[in-house]
Design a binder for this molecule. Structure first.
Ligand code: ADP
Ligand code: ZN
Length: 722
């Protein structure tokens, strides 16, 4: 180690890298995770550079010693480069990005064993329906009492009771015990010729061990998952690791089932619901290279894989890959950069790729692999618009007569129906009929949404809630509150009134709050215990129900309101995805789209199936406006609890904007959510030509300014919501 001093990136966003001395006898190298002194405190950090250090910069006698080196694999060089790139590109503190790689520091701490519970196979002397349900649903799973209770959908007491009877036992688990090894030849499918061709390209790319980005562009039900599983199999066989990113945690359950059927065991899961010991075990198995396949939410992107051989981003068009808090980044784009640094292929899979991704294909940067037809006998469903002006629903209702007729016919045939409305709760707005009072969140510029099932009004932005009152808080009149507009609960009420014999299920993040709930929903659908599903975007992807033959889109215009850049594109993607749930088996599917503007280009594209013209027109519009992917935007959001303070700082930033030919600055103006979680927000929108290094400009611009610590300034590069 030259000069036995090292430069350490410590986990403190306010600090840059700091130099330390390596005490005699301590073994550290680039990437080592270390404990360092900082004033009276101890902090975790990572040795960033161990060489090329300017020997004279700090007098050796002022250097403090490293305190310890962690008993953990070092952070590999490609990940250190990714941390630097992410921090440069998204203008985030390197320490904030590094924190994601270390997954806080939970990976380093904690006991070596933990106690979990599992069924023994013994039958309790006294069997109750709840105990029976618990034992049946738990099966061979293992976990904390709380987790088993969630899986079984019973109270903790039921599980504890079963422990007493001996039907469930406690076991000590070694936290570092290895994960099961997926078997690449456990149950390979017979691929169609089309699928086999694509799979062979992907297998070769894995074998080449080179960076290569792909767009796997296949209609819903074409077998994208089966096909990229072949690439995963190739990586496993080569002993290299795979990361599969999924947009939604609720999606993991069907994914895990399919993975197990193909490879004989579960992959390693990574998401925010892991408890500390699971997090530690997964992190260490990933860092050591033992975990061969990891499936995770976007945060899995920054983990220290030892030898990554493949990255898959499934449903790559999903907007939930865009992180909007803390470090603002887009997981799809960072995944491609990670592939570049790791020298491995990256597969973006989607039935409705984003315009940005298609543009990369046009530029020749990504290779497109197409699966144009559904697998097997399944045909793509027929899409039709229902003109709500010509066929209005009855007063106070939302399901129009043509859709009612189709639901009648579908239920008659014993098939299943999905009604899609991307709005949780009963009604998006509650007002007083007597005085006109509207219920607004005290912390946000947002209406309180009625959730009738739990008797609450809730804010969907900050989580604030209150019991639904009987009287208006303004005029004190009782029973004058009215619900305005529909949410899924209200559509479910309407369906229950129209088809009293049909079995209904509501699927939203409120009802499917855990993988266990998702699994239960799948089971009930497959067993035919549900006739009509009413759901939000949570039901639009991942699921495969062969008996689901009719999809009704309640309000296709919903996403077009507000008119942001991606509104039409997003509407198209969302409706194509939900349409993709219909007719996945032998029976053909039908999709009815309720809209007030059946002539709008996006509705026409959906109905005629001419996605290409739609995308071409959208792309031209973006080109004319120099909008992404041609020009680019950045948002600077200034927030504070005091409105004047936030506005003042936003104005100061606006006045200091550099005059550059390739850049325009709009605002400051109140941000789209002018108040969020009690903070007032003002926004400046920066529009820049591609050629401009807008990050550099913003770095200099903001770097020269100062503001009160009560003010937060967040920069969002390539923002989504504006
Ligand atoms: P996508 O991800 O493109 O929507 P999936 O991979 O989910 O498509 O495939 C749709 C359905 O067809 C799934 O039930 C899948 O198991 C089945 N399937 C696809 N390809 C094959 C194959 N080669 N052999 C057997 N089943 C297949
Ligand atoms: Zn709120």
């Amino acid at each position: 180690m030259p000069g036995n001093r090292v430069r350490v990136l410590v986990l403190n966003a306010a600090l840059g890298p700091l130099d330390y001395r390596v005490p005699h006898g301590m073994e550290v190298g680039p990437g080592s995770i270390v404990v360092v002194p900082l004033g009276p405190r101890q902090l975790i950090g990572v040795v960033w550079e161990a060489e090329r250090l300017p020997a004279e910069e700090v007098g050796d006698n002022r250097l403090r010693n490293l305190i310890a080196v962690a008993d953990a694999p070092p952070i590999p060089a490609p990940l250190r480069r990714l941390v630097e790139w992410t921090s440069d590109y998204y203008l985030a503190a390197p320490a904030s990005v590094l924190r994601m790689a270390l997954a806080s520091t939970s990976a380093l701490e904690g006991a070596k064993t933990t106690v979990e519970y599992r069924a023994t196979g013994e039958v309790p002397a006294r069997m109750t329906p709840q105990r029976e349900q618990a034992l049946e649903r738990i099966g061979e799973r293992q976990g904390l009492v709380r987790e088993l209770a969630t899986i079984a959908d019973v109270s903790d007491g039921v599980i504890r009771g079963l422990v007493k009877t001996g039907a469930i036992e406690a076991v000590e688990v070694d936290i570092d015990s290895p994960f099961a090894m997926p078997d690449p030849s456990f149950a390979p499918p017979e691929l169609s010729t089309m699928q086999a061709d694509v799979a062979s390209v992907l297998r070769q790319a894995v074998g080449a061990e080179q960076f290569q980005p792909f767009l796997l562009d296949g209609v819903t039900g074409s077998g994208k998952t089966e096909v990229y599983f072949e690439a995963v199999a190739a990586a496993i066989a080569a002993g290299r690791q795979t990361l599969v990113l999924l947009p939604e945690i609720a999606l993991t359950e069907p994914f895990l089932t399919r993975f197990e059927a193909r490879f004989g065991c579960d992959p390693v899961a990574w998401h925010s619901d892991l408890r500390q010991s699971q997090r530690r075990r997964a992190w260490r198995a990933i860092a050591s290279g033992q975990a061969l396949v990891t499936v995770g939410a976007r945060s899995a992107l920054f983990l220290p894989y030892r030898n990554l051989g493949l990255i898959v981003v499934d449903e790559a068009h999903e907007t939930s890959f865009k992180q909007e808090e803390g470090v603002h980044y887009h997981a799809r784009d960072v995944a491609v950069m990670r592939g570049l640094f790791e020298k491995c292929p990256v597969v973006l899979a989607s039935a409705t790729p984003a315009i940005e991704t298609r543009h990369q294909v046009e530029l020749g940067r990504y290779e497109e692999l197409k699966l144009p037809g559904r697998y097997g006998v399944a045909e793509l469903p027929e899409l039709k618009a229902i003109d709500l002006i010509r066929h209005p629903p009855e007063r106070g209702r939302w399901i129009a007569p043509p859709l009612v007729n189709q639901i009648d016919a579908t239920l008659e045939r014993g098939e299943q129906v999905l009604l899609f409305l991307n709005r949780r709760g009963y009604a998006p707005l509650t007002l007083c009929r007597h005085c006109g009072h509207r219920f607004q969140c005290p912390n946000c510029t947002a209406w309180m949404v009625e959730h009738r099932l739990i008797g609450r009004l809730a804010c969907h932005h900050c989580g604030h809630y209150m019991p639904t009152p009987k009287a208006c808080p303004e005029c004190k009149e009782e029973d004058m509150l009215v619900a305005c507009g529909p949410g899924v609960e209200r559509i479910a009420d309407e369906a229950a009134a129209l088809w009293p014999d049909a079995k209904l299920a509501i699927v939203t993040s409120d009802t499917i709050s855990s993988p266990a709930r998702a699994a239960e929903f799948v089971r009930r659908m497959e067993a035919g215990e549900i006739d009509i599903v009413v759901g939000t975007q949570l039901v639009t992807k991942g699921y495969h129900f062969p008996n689901l033959t009719l999809v009704g889109v309640i309000d296709a215009d919903l996403g077009l309101e507000g008119g942001d850049l991606r509104a039409a594109e997003r509407t198209f993607q969302q409706i194509m995805q939900v349409a993709g749930r219909a007719g996945r088996g032998e029976k053909p599917g039908k999709v009815l789209i309720q809209t007030h503007s059946p002539q709008a280009p996006v509705m026409q594209a959906l109905v005629t199936g001419d996605a290409e013209s739609f995308y071409a027109a959208e792309t031209e519009m973006r080109r004319d406006a120099d909008a992404p992917p041609f020009g680019r935007y950045a948002a600077i959001v200034v927030s504070a609890e005091e409105k004047e303070l936030a506005e003042d700082v936003a104005r100061t930033i606006g006045r200091a904007a550099p005059e550059i030919e390739d850049m325009m600055v709009f605002g400051p103006a109140p941000a789209p959510l002018a108040m969020l979680r009690g903070r007032h927000r003002f926004r400046l929108l920066v529009h820049a030509r591609r050629a401009l290094d807008v990050q550099d400009v913003i770095r200099d611009w903001l770097g020269a300014l100062d503001w009160s610590p009560k003010v937060r300034v967040a920069v969002d590069i390539d923002p989504y919501s504006f």
